[in-house]
Design a binder for this molecule. Structure first.
Ligand SMILES: Nc1ncnc2c1ncn2[C@@H]1O[C@H](COP(=O)(O)OP(=O)(O)OP(=O)(O)O)[C@@H](O)[C@H]1O
Ligand SMILES: [Mg+2]
Length: 443
């Protein structure tokens, strides 16, 4: 299983290569066997021509001359010719392998006209490729020829090996090129989906190339457009509702002035003020989101330090000393500067507001992610509410009554911004007390 590649390109390449190699091997083998057949055919034709001529010549020769002729005869290497009283081909002797037998008979038939064929016989020898031929002579003796047929060895031809190597090389190059080209659109699509996760306004995919690829790109672009429209519609609706709520609230405020009981009036006005603040925050978020900042390379370290400095400016010197930054001097990530600044300002602002201290840590990229931690020594958040504080306008009961409490939109805005960047934020209570906010962003 280790040899089975994980990538689609690798798998296609391997299957293609194996298939083409087998096809080539089969093709070349067929070709080589064919060549051997022709060679054998030639070889046998020659053998038969020589032996049948010899037979005819010897048949009319006086016996005493035959020995002299055989002596002077120079048969091809490995071939032995003798004159014996008995035929070398006999029913109790081994026979030739079927295919060879057919070839020999065919060659004999071609070399001998009609009835003479009955006086010739072919048979096998001790080894698989050994053959014997027997021809009956007029005087009752036999002319016996013994030899061995050449063994077919297709792999031993240098032509065969060279052709195989050459064709395999060509196939490897071609297959690699084709597979890379074929799988490129899949990679592009994957990258585009990844980009869309970080940035809904990422540029559209080009809708060109082969029909299927163009179709997939078109479908992907349509999906991206729908997502964009969906997000925009929601934001617009949010802005419209917030905007329209302002008028009735103003009216309510005027009417509240007529409430006789002073305490009730003060409470109503306070609630209305709070509602106004919530609506203003919502409207601000909706407007900013609609602004659609572009993604650029920005220095995250500088951004974090600027936020800390801004916070320190609002504090006394003793309190400002409780803000720290630990991390590299520079780290560039892709992001929307205003949105990211807002997200981190919310987290650091919370630490300052609810704990009076903030330690920001920036960790170097790991597995394509940078991690930012914001620690404080405050009261933390009850475990059951760690997730709930991300809901819009949700605030932990303690801070609700305090003057410090905001509108409760900060964390949900922060999470929205970070998720739109392909990152996230989570909260956890530290073992030593206080809260830790952990932010991840794609490096
Ligand atoms: N560092 C922290 N320590 C303790 N409690 C926290 C901390 N950060 C947030 N909280 C709690 O989570 C609640 C939600 O925070 P969030 O930032 O969303 O709203 P907010 O700070 O109340 O208002 P806003 O940020 O919109 O001005 C806060 O009201 C507070 O009770
Ligand atoms: Mg806040």
């Amino acid at each position: 299983m280790r040899l089975w590649p994980r990538s689609m390109a690798g798998r296609t390449f391997l299957v293609l290569l194996l298939g083409l190699f087998l096809v080539q091997l089969a093709g070349l083998t067929i070709h080589a066997l064919d060549r051997i057949e022709i060679q054998r055919d030639n070889e046998l034709r020659q053998l038969m021509q020589i032996t049948t001529r010899l037979w005819r010549a010897i048949d009319f020769m006086p016996t005493f001359q035959r020995a002299a002729l055989l002596e002077r005869l120079e048969p091809p290497p490995g071939v032995r010719v003798t004159i014996d009283p008995l035929p070398a081909v006999r029913p109790d002797r081994p026979i030739l392998p079927p295919s060879l037998d057919t070839q020999f008979r065919e060659a004999l038939r071609r070399a001998l006209p009609g009835q003479r064929f009955r006086d010739a016989a072919v048979g096998g020898g001790a080894n698989r490729m050994d053959y014997v031929l027997s021809f009956r002579l007029a005087d009752g003796n036999f002319l016996n020829v013994r030899g061995a047929a050449a063994r077919p060895r297709p792999w031993h031809s240098p032509f065969f090996l060279a052709a195989l190597l050459l064709m395999t090389g060509a196939v490897v190059l071609l297959a690699a090129w084709a597979v890379r080209r074929l799988t490129a659109p899949v990679r592009t699509l994957g990258e585009a989906a990844e980009r869309l996760g970080r940035d809904v306004n990422a540029p559209a995919l080009p809708e060109k190339g082969p029909r299927e690829v163009a179709q997939a790109s078109r479908a992907f672009n349509q999906m991206a457009t729908r997502i964009r429209r969906f997000v925009a519609d929601r934001t617009e609706m949010l802005a419209a509702i917030s905007h329209d709520l302002r008028t009735p609230i103003t009216r309510l405020k005027l009417r509240a002035e007529f409430v006789e009981d002073e305490e009730t009036r003060a409470k109503i006005l306070h609630d209305l003020d709070e509602m106004e603040a919530m609506i203003a925050a919502t409207l601000a978020f909706a407007r900013e989101d609609a602004a659609n900042e572009p993604l650029i390379g920005l220095d995250l370290a500088a951004l974090l330090r600027t936020i800390l400095d801004d916070q320190a400016d609002l504090l006394s010197e003793a309190d400002a000393a409780k803000l720290h930054y630990a991390g590299p001097d520079r780290m560039v990530v892709q992001g929307r500067p205003i949105a990211l600044k807002r997200a981190f300002a919310n987290l650091i602002g919370n630490a300052v507001k609810y704990a009076g201290s903030a330690r920001v840590g920036l960790l170097p990229p790991d597995k394509g992610q940078v991690t930012i931690t914001i620690d404080d020594d405050g009261p933390g958040i009850p475990p059951a509410e760690l997730e709930r504080v991300f809901a819009p306008f949700y605030r932990v009961e303690r801070s609700r009554s305090r003057e410090t409490g905001g509108t409760g939109l900060g964390l949900s805005v922060t999470r929205t911004i970070l998720r739109a960047h392909g990152g996230d934020v989570t909260l956890a209570n530290r073992a030593e007390g206080g809260l830790r906010a952990t932010v991840t962003l794609p490096a």
